[in-house]
Design a protein around this ligand. Structure first.
Ligand code: RRO
Length: 311
C-alpha cells in the first residue's frame, strides 16, 4: 500500500496532518509533529503581532468531540515564518503550511506581503473562518467580502495559496462560494473549520463548558464528521480540478480518513483527536488507513479518491 499524495506540485508521504490550532503553537510542538508519522504540518493561524487570546478555560474535550473559543492566541507571524524558513532547507522535511488569520483585510494583506518578500517555498493558508474573535464575523460567510479579499490577495501574492473555509449548510451557499473560488488560482481549499458557536451544557452543574463568549464556541470531533464530509464532497463536485481539497473535521480513526478521501479530499487534517491523543495519533491513523486499504484491495489513494457511491 502506498499512501503518497500530492497537492499542487507538492508531494507528501501520507495525506495526514494536524488541523491548524492543535499542537502547533510553539516550535516544540511543531517539532513533535515533524518527528511524528504525519505527512506534514500547518502552523497556528498567525496575526501580525503576538496575541494572548481569550480567557481560560477556552478548550474542552467532550465525549463526542470538542468545543473551543481560543480567540486566536499566537506568537505572531514572524515566529512561525522563521520556523518554516528554518526547516525548509532540511531535505528530510516535507513542504510546510503556514496559516495566517488577520483581524481585518488590511492585516491579512500585510501578512501576505511579508511572506511574499521571503523565500518561503511551502504553502500559505489564509484562514477566512475563525469563529471566536468577539466582534469579528467569519469572513467566508460574507461572500462579497470573500471575493474582495481574494481579489486583493492575488494581486499582491504569487506563492501557492489556499483558504480555510467555515462549514456551509445550504446547497445554494456551495454554488455561490464555488463560483467565487473558481475565479482564482487557488492551490487548495481547506474545509471545514470548527462548526461555529455551538453551546455545550453540562446538566449536572447546569453550566457551559468554556469561559469566553458565555460558553459559545467552535465544535470539533465526532459531532462534525458528516458536515465535514458534505463540505468536502460538495466542493469537489463544484471546484475546478486544479483546486485541491484538504478535508478537515471529525477524524477519529482510519475509516474516517478513508471517508474524507472517498468524498474527494487530497489531504486530511486532524484536530480534536490530535488534542486528545497527541502526535502518536498519526501512527495509529496511518496504520488503520493502510489496513483498511489492504482489506479493500486498494494500492493507492487515487484508487478510491472522490469515488463515493450514491444510491
Ligand atoms: O483561535 C481560535 O479560536 C480558532 C481559530 Br483562529 C479558528 O480558525 N478555528 C477555531 O476553531 N478556533
Amino acid at each position: 500500500v502506498n499512501l503518497t499524495t500530492s497537492l499542487h506540485n507538492y508531494t507528501f508521504q501520507n495525506p495526514l496532518m494536524n488541523a491548524s490550532g492543535v499542537h502547533c503553537y510553539t516550535t516544540e510542538q511543531l517539532d513533535e509533529l515533524l518527528a511524528s508519522d504525519a505527512g506534514t504540518l500547518v502552523t497556528k493561524s498567525a496575526t501580525t503581532e503576538y496575541r494572548q487570546g481569550n480567557p481560560e478555560p477556552r478548550y474542552r474535550n467532550l465525549a463526542l468531540g470538542s468545543i473551543n473559543s481560543m480567540g486566536l492566541p499566537n506568537e505572531g507571524l514572524k515566529y512561525y515564518l522563521d520556523y518554516v524558513l528554518g526547516k525548509q532547507t532540511d531535505a528530510q522535511v516535507p513542504p510546510l503550511f503556514l496559516s495566517v488569520a488577520g483581524l481585518s483585510m488590511a492585516e491579512d494583506l500585510e501578512m501576505l506581503a511579508q511572506i511574499e518578500k521571503t523565500d518561503f517555498n511551502g504553502l500559505t493558508e489564509l484562514n477566512l473562518s475563525c469563529p471566536n474573535v468577539p466582534g469579528k464575523p467569519q469572513v467566508a460567510y460574507d461572500f462579497e467580502a470573500t471575493e474582495k479579499m481574494l481579489d486583493e490577495a492575488f494581486s499582491i501574492f504569487h506563492k501557492p495559496l489556499g483558504v480555510k473555509l467555515p462549514p456551509y449548510f445550504d446547497l445554494a451557499q456551495f454554488d455561490i462560494m464555488a463560483n467565487i473560488l473558481n475565479k482564482y488560482p487557488l492551490a487548495y481549499i481547506n474545509t471545514i473549520n470548527s462548526v461555529g458557536n455551538g453551546l455545550y451544557i453540562d446538566v449536572d452543574s447546569e453550566t457551559v463548558a468554556i469561559k469566553p463568549k458565555g460558553g459559545f464556541g467552535g465544535l470539533g470531533g465526532a459531532y462534525i464528521l458528516p458536515t465535514a464530509l458534505a463540505n468536502v464532497h460538495a466542493f469537489r463536485q463544484r471546484l475546478n480540478p486544479e483546486i485541491a481539497i484538504i478535508g478537515t473535521g471529525g477524524v477519529q480513526n482510519g475509516a474516517d480518513v478513508f471517508a474524507h478521501i472517498l468524498a474527494g479530499a487530497d489531504m486530511v487534517q486532524v484536530g480534536t483527536q490530535l488534542a486528545k491523543d497527541g502526535p502518536a495519533v498519526f501512527t495509529r491513523l496511518t496504520q488503520e488507513l493502510t489496513n483498511l486499504m489492504t482489506e479493500k484491495n486498494y494500492q493507492t489513494l487515487a484508487d478510491f479518491r472522490g469515488k463515493v457511491k450514491t444510491l
